[in-house]
Design a protein around this ligand. Structure first.
Ligand code: GLN
Length: 486
């Protein structure tokens, strides 16, 4: 059977109508993955035998009318930074090349109890440090729209899996943009929930005060279906909470006409102050055009657009590259050669850079000057957002200043690489939910490259922004357009 362009809904309907069985479905995904994985380098581990076994069990449940929910029998690819019991989990690093976790992450337990089938562990920049998958110790993943370009990172493998129809949905994690950037570069929808809305238990920690697991799929509707299953309070993650309890999720926001959308001026002509980034160039003018069209569509539906300002967002990248490495240095200290065997020689350049930086920014003589100052500015960034959300329901911006870039274009220059996250990074220090959704294409060297728009919500407005993107996707078709990879 043909699995290209299947969605969670199409799968469920097909199974309900007995057009195909779960075993047939999974076999077809396996044969597509066998063909495409060598080309795209999506999976670090293919757990296909186990997936088939689970498919048989799902078919049995169906026969007995014991379906576990709308994800029953649906394959979901998992970023390899998320622990799955007894399945190799590497975080993209050779340090963990023999690590078979003795437990599953909460999100995995939740997916499995909803009947979803774990389908492959996807490639990422080692320890989720990066924006291109070029930092993976298992080689980079390829962008299915142009194989000479990066898929974005760090959840690049998950984005490619969905974009190239190797799975209808995937999980990623987002510390500074790692769900949203690859979603944008690959033309899919990626959702970074409010910090704490999804348990981080079993996610290999990068920077714990920013890290968040979230869904990636073709559409916001599918992201919501997954989010409903994986979200919620978990005893094993003290920062987790039940987003459904939040006050602003009971209302139904099914009318774009009631929406006020903020346009932050700094996100359209960003941060050109030389002292701050030196390299920050303008947002690509084609990218800007795509976002302007998306804004016009929302306006046509009655949404009110207002200009807003987030003045401290220009410090977003600086704050992120002080607080994040500080937490990275602390988290990676566990790979000290005792618990996980011989390790240090396997740390790549990027991990070493962050450990050095973070050790410096938290050292006795400098912690005040760097880490503590950054935490104060972090609060200012958050307050900017809080103020704006008193006036608007959500904020719109591009996801990244450029479309997918070429392999090798930025990897030698870390600052250049970091700048691709300049528009996604401020969201994480503020703990906000944000979605990257396909908004159009730009042409580069004769190829169409997808461009994502970013919709940012207030804390706990997860369902609200999902609904707005669902509405947008009812009237646009960008999310249904897939690359031709075969
Ligand atoms: N690209 C950013 C970084 O390298 C974000 C990574 C992430 O969100 N995991 O830190």
């Amino acid at each position: 059977m043909q699995v290209e362009n299947l969605t969670i809904d199409k799968i469920r309907r097909g199974l309900d109508r007995k057009d195909f069985s779960v075993v047939e479905l999974i076999k077809s995904y396996i044969s597509r993955a066998k063909k495409l994985n060598p080309k795209l380098n999506v999976f670090i581990t293919e757990n296909f035998d186990l997936a088939l076994e689970k498919a048989r069990q799902a078919d049995e449940r169906r026969q007995k009318n014991e379906i576990l929910g709308e994800l029953d029998g649906v394959p979901v690819a998992i970023k390899d930074a998320i622990c799955v019991k007894n399945i190799l989990t590497t975080a993209g690093s050779k340090i963990l090349q023999n690590y078979y976790p003795p437990y599953s992450a909460t999100v995995i337990e939740k997916l499995e109890s909803a009947g979803a089938i774990i389908f492959g562990k996807t490639n990422l920049d080692a320890f989720a440090h990066g924006s291109s998958t070029e930092n993976s110790d298992f080689g980079p993943s390829k962008n299915p729209w142009d194989l000479s370009r990066v898929p974005g990172g760090s959840s690049g493998g998950s984005a490619v899996a969905v974009s190239a129809s190797l799975a209808p949905a995937a999980l990623g994690s987002d510390t500074g943009g790692s769900i949203r950037l690859p979603a944008s570069f690959c033309g899919i929808t990626g959702f970074k929930p409010t910090y704490g809305a999804v348990s981080r238990y079993g996610l290999i920690a990068m920077a714990s005060s920013f890290d968040q697991i979230g869904p990636m799929a073709s559409s916001a509707q599918e992201c919501r279906q997954i989010f409903e299953v994986i979200s919620g309070r978990d005893q094993r993650d003290a920062t987790s909470f039940d987003v459904k309890d939040a006050n602003n999720t009971n209302k139904k926001f099914n009318q774009l006409a009631n929406m006020t959308i903020g346009l932050p001026k700094e996100y359209f002509t960003p941060f050109r102050e030389k002292s701050l980034t030196g390299l920050a160039d303008e947002i690509d003018s084609d990218v800007k055009q795509v976002i302007k069209k998306a804004i016009a569509i929302l306006q046509n539906q009655g949404a009110k657009i207002v200009n807003v300002s987030l003045p401290n967002s220009k410090y977003g990248l600086a704050v992120y590259y002080i607080v994040q490495p500080t937490e990275v240095a602390s988290n990676l200290a566990r790979y000290d050669g005792i618990l996980f065997g011989k390790t240090r020689e396997y740390f790549g350049q990027e991990a070493k850079r962050r450990i050095m930086l973070g050790t410096f920014t938290s050292s006795a003589g400098y912690v005040q000057k760097y880490y503590h100052t950054a935490q104060k500015v972090r609060e200012l960034i958050k307050q900017d957002f809080d103020k704006v959300f008193e006036k608007v329901d959500m904020i719109i911006s591009p996801v990244s200043p450029t479309p997918a870039f070429k392999f090798g274009e930025k990897v030698e220059d870390p600052l250049k690489m970091y700048l691709s996250d300049i528009l996604t990074v401020p969201v994480n220090p503020a703990g906000l939910p944000a979605i990257s959704a396909p908004a159009g294409f730009v042409k580069r060297e004769g190829k169409d490259l997808p461009v994502g728009m970013q919709i940012i919500g207030a804390q706990k407005a997860d369902y609200k922004i999902l609904e707005v993107v669902e509405k947008y996707q009812e009237i646009t078709d960008w999310h249904n357009i897939k690359p031709k990879v075969l």
